[in-house]
Design a protein around this ligand. Structure first.
Ligand SMILES: C[S@@+](CC[C@H](N)C(=O)[O-])C[C@H]1O[C@@H](n2cnc3c(N)ncnc32)[C@H](O)[C@@H]1O
Length: 169
C-alpha cells in the first residue's frame, strides 16, 4: 500500500512538473527520433571539423550521434539534473562528447560551428539576441519545430510531423 502511495505521489509530482513547464512555455523533454537526427545532421554536412552544441540535450542522443557517427566535438547543455546525469554517465567513454549541466543562457556559444535546438517558441525568441551577439558568422543554426523570428532560413525540411528550419548566422 505504501509503495502504491509513493508511486502515485511521484506520478502527481511528475505531472505537476510537466504542467508547470507547459504553462511557462518551457521546453519539456521530447526526444528527436534518431532517424531524424541522422537525416538533419547529414543535411547540414556535419563533419569532424565541426563543434556542435545541442541546446537542451535531453538524454544526449544528438550529442552521441554527432560525436560517434560524424566524429565532431559535441557539447550538450541540459538544465534537468536527472537528464544531465543520465547522459553524462551514458557518454562517459566518448572522448569528443561533453554534457554541461546549465541553463542554455549561461553558456557561451562562440565556439560553436553548428547549433542544434529543439526547444520552445518562447525560448527560440529569447535565444535570438544571444545568437546575434555570440555566434560567429557562418555558424549553422538548426531549429526544430520553431522559427527564429526575423531570420530567413536557408532550408526547411519536413521532419516527422513538424518542420526543421536551418539558418546560417
Ligand atoms: C524537446 S527536448 C530535446 C532533447 C534533445 N535535444 C533531442 O532533440 O532529443 C528539450 C530539452 O531541453 C531542456 N531544456 C529546456 N529548457 C532549457 C534551458 N533553459 N536550458 C537547458 N536545457 C533546457 C529540457 O529539459 C529538455 O531535455
Amino acid at each position: 500500500m505504501i509503495v502504491i502511495d509513493a508511486f502515485m505521489l511521484l506520478v502527481v509530482l511528475f505531472l505537476l512538473y510537466i504542467l508547470m513547464r507547459l504553462v511557462r512555455n518551457d521546453a519539456i523533454f521530447i526526444p528527436t527520433p534518431k532517424k531524424q537526427i541522422r537525416r538533419i545532421l547529414k543535411e547540414v554536412g556535419l563533419s569532424k571539423k565541426d563543434v556542435l552544441f545541442d541546446l537542451g540535450s535531453g538524454d544526449g542522443r544528438v550529442v552521441e550521434i554527432a560525436a560517434k557517427e560524424f566524429g565532431c566535438k559535441a557539447i550538450g547543455i541540459e538544465n534537468s539534473i536527472v537528464l544531465y546525469y543520465f547522459s553524462k554517465i551514458h557518454l562517459r567513454n566518448v572522448n569528443n562528447a561533453k554534457i554541461i549541466h546549465s541553463d542554455v543562457f549561461r553558456v557561451n556559444l562562440s565556439d560553436a560551428t553548428v547549433i542544434y535546438a529543439y526547444l520552445s517558441k518562447k525560448l527560440m525568441k529569447m535565444l535570438k539576441k544571444k545568437f546575434e551577439k555570440e555566434l560567429k558568422r557562418g555558424t549553422i543554426v538548426i531549429s526544430l519545430d520553431h522559427e527564429i523570428p526575423g531570420w530567413k532560413s536557408i532550408k526547411r525540411i519536413k521532419t516527422g510531423h513538424f518542420y526543421t528550419n536551418i539558418y546560417i548566422r
